[in-house]
Ligand binder design. Structure first.
Ligand code: ADP
Length: 260
């Protein structure tokens, strides 16, 4: 019976996902066709045409990000872990975000010299960090600073239960913003699928659940510290490449979960 219930919940979740995406996509298509219609009706006004073309381009870019999210949701089953140079990774993410988050947001990286490489799926890790950056941007509508910081942390055997992680060597990537922050009630719900405080069409509520699932599957974890008005720090714990294997985990197919 519990299996059927879980199945029914999955079907319901998929239905919600599909209708959310259909809704988002409709908005995108309406923006593109609306702009094209206005251009068709007002030939000759070059200034206006350029503005409408920009609207259409922005909408299409948003459409691409919706399909990207859908793809990464569908593909989250496969995990190809490899050693990834942490400082270079964060620099790459900063580059991308500095171009996409707008001029009001300053993006910084602070990776201590010699911070070790992490063991993770590169594509999924980049997607996760970009996702966290986008959330930070949304929390800073009037601008602010987004900081990526990386630090090596060892969890010794005795500390394992308090850290909620198997004893091993980790790298903790902190993604901090100077935005609105969250109250305790919101914070308690943010990793539930489809929980969002954003207007319809702007939030799917799948960002943090996917980042959490990704971190768990890599043998790490997600931790979030936030308070209203004090900004948010999302910490992604990942195993160091070359760290001693966590018992019961299989890197070959990566389908085993960290010991929870
Ligand atoms: P979405 O971004 O689509 O809403 P997420 O799962 O990524 O979905 O986030 C869920 C909710 O968590 C957001 O709607 C927002 O309320 C809150 N949240 C996430 N990141 C932050 C942040 N950096 N600062 C403040 N609130 C955040």
């Amino acid at each position: 019976l519990s299996g059927q219930l879980a199945q029914a919940q999955k079907v319901q979740a998929l239905g919600q996902l599909a209708s959310g995406i259909a809704h988002d996509f409709n908005n995108v298509l309406q923006a593109v066709s609306g702009a094209a219609l206005l251009i068709e009706r007002r030939p000759g006004d070059e200034e206006k045409t350029r503005r409408l073309a920009r609207t259409a381009i922005n909408a299409a870019t948003r459409g691409a990000s919706i399909t990207q999210r859908l793809l990464s949701f569908a593909r989250r089953g496969e995990l190809r872990t490899e050693a990834i140079a942490t400082a270079e990774l964060l620099d790459g993410v900063r580059e991308v975000l500095a171009h996409t988050l707008g001029t009001l947001i300053t993006v910084r990286t602070e990776a201590a010299d010699g911070v070790p490489p992490v063991l993770a799926d590169r594509g999924q890790l980049e997607t996760a960090l970009v996702n966290l950056g986008t959330n930070a941007r949304d929390a800073m509508p009037n601008g602010g600073t987004l900081t990526f910081r990386a630090e090596a942390v060892r969890i010794a055997a005795g500390e394992a239960s308090s850290a909620d992680l198997a004893p091993s060597d980790y790298v903790r990537i902190d993604v901090s913003d100077t935005g609105s922050g969250m109250d305790a009630a919101t914070l308690a719900k943010v990793t539930e699928p489809f929980f969002t405080t954003k207007p319809p069409g702007q939030g799917t509520g799948l960002g943090l659940p996917m980042v959490k699932e990704f971190a768990d599957r890599c043998g790490g974890k997600l931790a979030i510290a936030s308070a209203p008005g004090a900004g948010t720090t999302v910490s992604l714990w990942l195993r160091q490449a070359g760290a001693e294997a966590v018992p019961g985990r299989d890197d070959e197919n990566g389908d085993a979960r960290a010991g929870v």
